[in-house]
Design a protein around this ligand. Structure first.
Ligand SMILES: [Ca+2]
Length: 540
C-alpha cells in the first residue's frame, strides 16, 4: 500500500529518504491518474473548491425543499449543472467536529473532542502528523488555500502564567490571556494549507479580527461585542478582543473577495497544470446574523433568511470567478453545510411564514435527529459529472478525503481517512450500490446514532441536543434509552421502533461496537482512538 509520512517521521530516516521523497513529489504531467483524464490543465487533475456554509439548514436551500421560501440560485445552479445528494450528513451536529471530519476524513469523536466545540483561542485539535485533505493534495502538486472560519484550534502564544481552556469555548476571564502580537503556531498552514485567510472560530467568538497565515491582520485592542440578530436586545456575541474598525457584517463580503482573488491568482497556474484546492468555510448564516445593508429585507421573511440569501450570493461569486477564468469545466465544486439550522434563525417565525429550515426533518442544529446533521450537498464538475443528477445514497462530509485520494490516484495509508469513502463512483454514475457500509452521527452532547439503509439507531433517549426532548430535561430520562427509526416510512422520526425490531438493534449495536473498537469504519488496519470512546454515554 502506498504510504505517506509527515516530515517529523521521515526526516531522521536518511537511508530511505530518497524513496520517501519520491512519494511526496508533485504528480508529473505524464503520471497516470486513476480517475481523471486530461480535461483542463496539463495534469488533468481538477481544481477542487469546497464551500462549507455554517448552520445552513437542509430546508433553507430551494433545490432541497421546493416548499422553501428563500431563493438560493447559486445552490440550485450547482445542482442543475451537476449532482444533488438528498441524504448527505455532516459528521456532527455542530461546527468543530464536522470540520475535523471534513479535513481529516475521520470522525471527530475519535479525537480528544467528545462533545461541544472549541473556542477562538483553543489550541490545535488536528493531531500532529495526521494527513489532511490539504496535505494529501499538496503532495500531489496542488496549491492549497483555506479562506474562512477555521474553528479547529490554533496555538496562540499565551501571556506568562495564563491559560486558555483546551476543548471548550474560553470563558470571559480568559479572553485577554493571549498575546495577539505574536505569530500563531499550528493553524491551517501547519496542516497542509499554503495560504490561509479568515477568522479563528465562529463569528460570535473572540477574537474579532482577521488572520492571514500566522498573524492577525489588525491587533485586537478594543473590548467589544456585536448584536447576535439585528439588535442588542436579542443578545450579543461573546465580548472580547476586537480589532479597531472590525464589524461582523464585513466578514462574508471579505471572505468572498478573498476567495475570488485567490481563484484569480491561481488561474494561470491552474491552466498551466498546477491545480488548486480552495477550502472555503463561510462563517454564515451562523450568528451573528449580520447581512450587509443591501441584503437586509430582501427575503421578506426575516434577517436570517436575508443572510442565507447573501451567503448564496457569495457562492455565486465563486462560480462566476471560475467561469471568468476559464476554470469551471475542470473544477470540482462542492457546496454544503456543517450542520443543521440553528434556533437562532427564529425558526418559529419562519415556519409561520411557510418556511421550515429543516424541511420535513425533525429537530435542528445540535440534535441527533436528522435536522441536526442532514445537510444540503451539491457537486458540480462539468468535465466528469453529467448535469441534473440526483443521488439518494447516504454520504458523509468525512468522504472528501477518500474522494480526493481517488481523484489524484492515491491510496490512503491505514492511519488516514479512517471514516472516509470515495464518492467518485457515484459522481461518475458508475455505481448505484451503497458506497458506505453505515454512517455514524454525533450530537452536541456527545450522543451517537448509526445509520444503515433505512434504519437509524440512536443511543440516547431524546434529541441529544437542543430540541425537545432535551438531554437531562423535558422528562427525557423517562423515555427508552434507545431510538430506532425507519427513515423510509418515517422520515420525520416520530415512531420509535426499538422494541419491534430487536434484531436490527442488535445488528447496528454490534456494528457500532466494531467501529469504535477498530478505530475506523473503512477496510484497513485497526487504529487507536485518541481517548476511550463510550458510544452509550448519551443513554445514561
Ligand atoms: Ca455550524
Amino acid at each position: 500500500m502506498r504510504r505517506f509520512f509527515s516530515p517529523a517521521v521521515w526526516l531522521p530516516l536518511g537511508a530511505i529518504c530518497c524513496l520517501l521523497l519520491s512519494q511526496v513529489a508533485p504528480v508529473r504531467a505524464d503520471e497516470p491518474s486513476k480517475a481523471a483524464q486530461p480535461a483542463g490543465g496539463k495534469t488533468g487533475l481538477p481544481n477542487i473548491v469546497y464551500i462549507l456554509c455554517d448552520d445552513l439548514g437542509y430546508g433553507d436551500v430551494r433545490c432541497f425543499n421546493p416548499q422553501g421560501k428563500i431563493p438560493t440560485p447559486a445552490f440550485d445552479r450547482i445542482a442543475r449543472e451537476g449532482m444533488l445528494f438528498t441524504d448527505a450528513h455532516s459528521g456532527s451536529a455542530v461546527c468543530t467536529p464536522t470540520r475535523y471530519g471534513v479535513i481529516t476524513g475521520r470522525y471527530a469523536w475519535r479525537s480528544k473532542l467528545q462533545r461541544g466545540v472549541l473556542g477562538g483561542l483553543s489550541p490545535r485539535l488536528i493531531e500532529p502528523g495526521r494527513m489532511t485533505v490539504a496535505s494529501l493534495l499538496k503532495q500531489h502538486g496542488y496549491h492549497t488555500a483555506c479562506v474562512g472560519k477555521w474553528h479547529l484550534g490554533m496555538d496562540w502564544v499565551r501571556k506568562p502564567g495564563k491559560q486558555v481552556t483546551e476543548l471548550s469555548i474560553e470563558p470571559r476571564d480568559q479572553v485577554w490571556n493571549v498575546d495577539f502580537a505574536q505569530p500563531i503556531a499550528n493553524g491551517p498552514n501547519a496542516v497542509g494549507f499554503d495560504y490561509y485567510y479568515g477568522i479563528s472560530a465562529s463569528l460570535d467568538m473572540v477574537p474579532y479580527t482577521f488572520i492571514e497565515n500566522d498573524r492577525v491582520t489588525v491587533l485586537p485592542t478594543e473590548d467589544k461585542a456585536f448584536a447576535m440578530n439585528g439588535s442588542n436586545a436579542r443578545g450579543t456575541t461573546r465580548p472580547g478582543p476586537t480589532a479597531p474598525g472590525f464589524d461582523v457584517d464585513q466578514v462574508l463580503p471579505r471572505l468572498t473577495e478573498k476567495a475570488v482573488a485567490y481563484i484569480a491568482s491561481r488561474a494561470a497556474h491552474a491552466r498551466e497544470g498546477q491545480p488548486f484546492f480552495l477550502y472555503l468555510p463561510l462563517a454564515s448564516p451562523h450568528t451573528p446574523i449580520a447581512p450587509t445593508k443591501p441584503w437586509q429585507g430582501k427575503s421578506g421573511l426575516n434577517l436570517y433568511a436575508d443572510f442565507v440569501m447573501e451567503t448564496d450570493w457569495s457562492i455565486g461569486q465563486v462560480l462566476e470567478a471560475l467561469e471568468q477564468h476559464g476554470l469551471a469545466e475542470n473544477t470540482l465544486v462542492i457546496a454544503t453545510s456543517d450542520n443543521g439550522c440553528s434556533p437562532q434563525a427564529r425558526m418559529e417565525e419562519l415556519k409561520e411564514k411557510g418556511h421550515n429550515p429543516s424541511g420535513i426533518y425533525r429537530g435542528h442544529k445540535a440534535d441527533i435527529y436528522e435536522g441536526g446533521h442532514r445537510v444540503p450537498f451539491v457537486v458540480r464538475w462539468p468535465a466528469k459529472i453529467k448535469p441534473g443528477q440526483r443521488c439518494d445514497q447516504t454520504v458523509c462530509l468525512t468522504d472528501l478525503m477518500a474522494t480526493a485520494a481517488q481523484i489524484v490516484g492515491a491510496e490512503l495509508p491505514d492511519n488516514a481517512g479512517e471514516d472516509s469513502v470515495s464518492l467518485l463512483p457515484a459522481l461518475l454514475g458508475e455505481t448505484t450500490q451503497p458506497l458506505r457500509e453505515a454512517t455514524v452521527h454525533h450530537s452536541v452532547n456527545g450522543s451517537f446514532a448509526i445509520r444503515q439503509g433505512k434504519w437509524k439507531l440512536a443511543f440516547c433517549p431524546g434529541s441529544g441536543g437542543w430540541s425537545f426532548p432535551r438531554p437531562g430535561r423535558d422528562s427525557a430520562n423517562e423515555l427508552p434509552a434507545l431510538q430506532l427509526f425507519d427513515l423510509e416510512a418515517d422520515p420525520g422520526e416520530e415512531t420509535n421502533l426499538y422494541d419491534k425490531h430487536p434484531e436490527v438493534v442488535r445488528k447496528l449495536t454490534a456494528l457500532m461496537e466494531k467501529y469504535v473498537a477498530q478505530g475506523r469504519s473503512t477496510p484497513g488496519e485497526p487504529q487507536a482512538n485518541a481517548v476511550k470512546v463510550n458510544f452509550r454515554q448519551g443513554m445514561q
